[in-house]
Design a protein around this ligand. Structure first.
Ligand code: ZN
Length: 267
């Protein structure tokens, strides 16, 4: 700020100078900046900081919207979009063990290029979907790699839709979407009709992924093996050979009582 000395009295003129005007808001002098459109604008240092902050928050909002778009398109439902391994509520030792295994699954996904995958099986409403979505969301955020979360029903529907049409994607194109993505999670295994065609398609997708070292996670409300003759199990639905693929991975059983309705853990 220029100071003018008049006979022993120091007076400070209003800070209007050749470089710009006075910022009324911050009570300091503005500087002149060139704008992208070729004009000029006067801003003080604090104004510049504020503008940067606004731009940063706009950028952050755009990035978050893009992230949510990818998560949704990859199959993460709005219900589980904020699910993390950390916000899974633990009230007993079995849940603690399930979370420990899920952490270990994530580490193997991260570090092993030949990881088979996992099976999450057990009672409905015990958090299987929460933890699977948490793995996929972390995978996206940390690795920026592809994944798909689907149900057997949706998977079969997308394939059946190709059978009687002449346009659009072919059956093999749809199947290759499922066999080529980074991680594939198939939910509701065992809810479907269990027809031979369905079993063939499912085992075809799982086997192809196994051969290409691409991890698959199966989610089912059925037990892994039948405890009584004739009881449905994951093994009876998919066959021994398919289930054997997962013996090198992790099988996590969700055996505790449902938390659904208590407003804590979602399946
Ligand atoms: Zn200012």
């Amino acid at each position: 700020m220029r100071k003018i000395n008049i006979t022993n009295t120091v007076i400070t003129p209003p800070p209007v100078g050749e470089k710009g005007d006075y910022c009324e808001k911050h009570k300091v002098k503005k500087s002149i900046f060139n704008t992208l459109t070729g004009g000029t604008v006067g801003l003080c240092d604090k104004c510049v900081d504020e503008t940067d902050q606004i731009e940063k928050s706009i950028e952050a909002r755009k990035a978050e919207a893009a992230r949510q778009g990818i998560l949704r398109a990859s199959g993460i439902s709005p219900r589980f979009k904020d699910s993390t391994i950390e916000n899974f509520i633990i009230t007993n030792d079995d849940q603690r063990e399930a979370v420990r295994r899920v952490e270990s699954i994530y580490k193997r996904l991260e570090w092993e290029d030949k990881f088979t995958g996992a099976i999450f099986c057990g009672l409905p409403g015990t958090g299987k979907n929460h933890l699977a979505s948490a793995i996929l969301t972390r995978w996206h955020d940390e690795k920026r790699k592809s994944f798909m979360l689907t149900s057997v029903h949706a998977l079969m529907l997308s394939i059946r839709e190709t059978w009687n049409r002449r346009e659009g994607k072919t059956e093999s194109e749809i199947i290759s979407r499922y066999t080529s993505c980074g991680i594939l999670v198939i939910d509701e295994v065992g809810v479907q009709s269990g027809s031979e065609t369905e079993q063939n398609i499912m085992s075809g997708i799982i086997n192809t992924r196994y051969e290409w070292y691409r991890p698959t996670i199966l989610i089912s409300n059925l037990p892994l093996v039948s405890k009584a003759p004739g009881e449905m199990s994951l093994t009876s639905v998919l066959g021994e050979r398919v289930i054997d693929r997962f013996r090198e991975g992790h099988i996590v059983t969700f055996t505790w009582e449902s938390h659904r309705g208590k407003g804590k853990v979602e399946s």
